[in-house]
Design a protein. Structure first.
Length: 264
């Protein structure tokens, strides 16, 4: 959703449909082959149903795992979102960078390759765990969070060998965007926090503007229901409360989506 927020800021009228695979949250707990197969099936069906002209994979785990398979399966451009290791390597002064990620992203060879290819002269220190993803979901829902619990997770970076030299921390999970206000309250004045969502949004708009057809907008769409839909593979227990948080991202509600393509 961080990328959606960035897109809404840059292009308020762009037609955006969102598919959240909430039935399998968090992806970090799932086997690789299950995720790849599911992502291909879900997005093949969703792009057919919605008439999508571009797909953004707003998940680091999904991107680092399934981008090649998705680009082969889909006949529209696919934009991934990967940990900002290259960016961190460009701006770090101490040449020690931190990455907050899920356990699934942290163990991917893709992350090691990003480090080798784009920041080989930096020490990369990673903390991958489940707790931050859960905290981010609670932050999105508007819950009050304990700064102590967030500080405990961030401390897992600095407690590793060489961690005292970290001057740049990248967000390696798209959910962590919602924790950025809390990260900034930790008082780490010499640390630069990198959220890749705005850069991903800019890349999306470059591709949209470069296409031969004009980008679809909410104003152009009819009927009113095509102002952009928020689809979920498992609806939340308190749907009305969840929906209230979606309004800030331009969605009026959420609907169920299944692999058969049915929307309720």
């Amino acid at each position: 959703m961080g990328t959606v927020g960035a897109l809404r800021t840059l292009a308020p009228d762009l037609l955006i449909d969102y598919l959240a695979d909430t039935a399998l949250f968090p992806y970090g707990e799932q086997p690789d082959h299950v995720l790849i197969s599911r992502l291909v099936m879900l997005l093949t069906e969703a792009t057919r149903l919605l008439g999508s002209t571009l797909v953004v994979i707003g998940c680091n785990t999904a991107s680092t795992l399934a981008l090649p398979a998705l680009r082969q399966a889909l006949d529209v451009p696919v934009v991934g979102q990967v940990p900002p290791i290259r960016w961190a390597g460009r701006v770090s002064r101490t040449r020690t960078i931190g990455l907050l990620a899920t356990s699934a992203t942290a163990r991917r060879d893709y992350v090691r390759k990003l480090h080798t290819d784009f920041a080989a002269d930096c020490r990369l220190i990673i903390h991958g765990g489940r707790a931050l993803a859960d905290l981010a979901e609670r932050a999105f829902a508007g819950e009050d969070l304990s700064l102590t619990s967030i500080a405990h997770e961030v401390a897992q970076l600095f407690s590793q060998p060489g961690g005292e030299n970290i001057d740049t921390i990248g967000l390696g999970c798209t959910h962590y965007t919602f924790l950025m206000p809390f990260f900034r309250q930790l008082g780490l004045r010499d640390v630069l926090w990198l959220d890749p969502a705005p850069a991903v949004a800019q890349q999306v708009l470059r591709l949209v503007n470069a296409s031969a057809a004009p980008p679809p907008t909410a104003r152009d769409s009819a009927p009113q229901s095509r102002r952009g839909v928020f689809l979920m593979t498992a609806l939340p227990e308190h749907t009305a409360e969840f929906t209230s948080h979606l309004k800030a991202f331009g969605f009026s509600g959420c609907r169920a989506f299944t692999l058969s393509g049915a929307c309720a």
